[in-house]
Design a protein around this ligand. Structure first.
Ligand code: GUN
Length: 289
């Protein structure tokens, strides 16, 4: 069996056009144009590409975007001052601090400083807490994109055995919480694996839906996949052989029933969900609404 491909580009365009339509209605009703401010500290090449793609998506969606580029040697205090300025600027509805930050910066303090109403990444502890309690304000972009991929392809989530490989704050942890919640897009039985998991292949082979987010090129091999499983690859690794995911795509596609490619899988959905959150941020802050 060769897996069918879960195309993130097509789905991303669909979601972005839904957001653009809702945005047009919002602007017509309120006269407010949503604005997203991105903060990119230093010149990490991958981050530069991501931020550029996010800005292009804003432009297409009708969202105003700002780019703030403090130098690599910026201090925590200097970055906090910038975040404070953006928090107080009523014209800015969403703030995105691109990660990773340079080593000298206290990431936790910076993410906690973002006004929770402008926190389009959903990294602020208040927003994380709301997600855990199943009353989200924003959903984190990558896990939300994965959930939409599953829902919009009518892949059964309720009752499914989901195995997530990776326990990061950005993907693994929120993904697990979202898929285990009661209700639409949830009700799964979720297992989270990590570097200390004993007999990882035995655990991943149990999965109906296998989500891999550990940042190691081609980590997931075909012997780790149950025949017919759905495989979602969140990895984006730059190697000498080009961009590759965390899944050994060529081998795993012969075992899985459905699989996301890299590039063109989860990545474009992350950006679509960011556009969703930028509009939500403007809606939350709109006094006339
Ligand atoms: N770096 C990698 N993924 C992300 C993301 O979703 N948001 C931000 N701000 N930085 C990232």
């Amino acid at each position: 069996m060769t897996a069918s491909i879960l195309d993130g580009k097509i789905l991303s365009e669909q979601i972005r056009s839904e957001v653009a339509q809702e945005l047009t209605e919002f602007v017509a009703k309120t006269g407010v144009t949503p604005c997203l401010a991105a903060v990119l500290v230093g010149d990490n090449p991958a981050s530069q590409v991501y931020v550029r793609n996010k800005q292009k998506a804003c432009e297409k969606a009708g969202i105003t975007s700002q780019l703030h580029r403090p130098p690599a040697e910026t201090t925590t205090e200097e970055l906090l001052a910038l975040v404070d300025r953006l928090n107080r600027d009523a014209a800015v509805h969403g703030i995105l601090v691109q990660l990773p930050l340079p080593k000298q910066i206290e990431e936790t303090r910076v993410l906690e400083a973002v006004n929770p109403l402008k926190d389009v990444d959903a990294f602020h502890p208040e927003n994380v807490g709301r997600i855990v309690q199943n009353r989200p304000r924003f959903l984190p972009c990558t896990p939300h994109g994965v959930q939409q991929m599953l829902l919009r392809h009518a892949i059964p989530i309720a009752g499914a055995k989901v195995v997530i490989v990776g326990r990061s704050d950005i993907v693994g942890k929120p993904m697990a919480i979202m898929l285990m919640q009661r209700g639409r897009g949830g009700d799964a039985t979720v297992t989270v694996c990590h570097s200390r998991t004993r007999d990882l292949p035995a655990v991943t082979r149990e999965a109906d839906i296998l989500i891999v987010a550990i940042g190691q090129p081609k980590f997931l091999t075909s012997d780790m996949v149950k025949p017919g499983a759905v495989v979602i690859d969140v990895g984006i690794n730059r190697t000498d052989g080009g961009l590759v995911g965390d899944v050994d795509f060529e081998a795993v596609k012969e075992v899985a029933s459905q699989i996301t490619p890299v590039p063109g899988g989860v990545g474009p959905l992350t950006i679509a969900m960011l556009m969703r959150n930028a509009l939500t941020a403007a809606q939350l802050q709109c006094k006339e609404c």
